[in-house]
Design a protein around this ligand. Sequence first.
Ligand code: IMP
Ligand code: MG
Length: 183
Amino acid sequence: MNPSVEKILVSEEEIDRITTRIAAEIDRDYKGNDGRLILLCILKGSIVFMGDLMKKITIPVEIDCMKVSSYGSGTQTTGNVHIHLDLIRPDLPDCDLLIIEDIIDSGVTLSYLTKYLKNKGAKSVRTCTLLDKPSRRKVDFKPDYCGCEIPDEFVIGYGLDYDERFRALPYVGVLKPEVYSGE
Ligand code: IMP
Ligand code: MG
């Protein structure tokens, strides 16, 4: 195990079961719908989850990306959402957007993005997250698809970072507090 990881919270096997379950739910819910289903990857944290999930979906999907941030450099949210890379599609009224997120914490990012994309004219907007920390909410928000709920601990791996580190770990782990203490 990586020496900065205190414990593994979601193992590779568990992640595999989660992506299989959510892909089946997406297949079931969007089968036969008349729009274009777009999996919208929120960079960079959702890259790994998105890659695994899309391989298990069997109905036709397209992919797109946005880059947003609500965090500064550490473990605390700033409360503001910045769009660094926007979604530009002239066919948005034909698109069923499914936002793929790594983790929901305060809820600020996804509640903002959902409204933003509906206002932009998408046919529908739903949300899918690998992880959810419901105890941390600052705004009321419930995802349509959720991998698993986790306690209020700062996690890394499987796309999630601390200061851009640890994204390539194949599992989700709790970071040792000494790695970010002194922040
Ligand atoms: P929210 O807007 O507070 O819900 O923040 C969501 C974003 O904060 C996620 O997309 C992550 O980038 C980041 N984030 C929240 N909690 C964690 C964590 O435990 N580890 C790594 N990133 C996190
Ligand atoms: Mg993120």
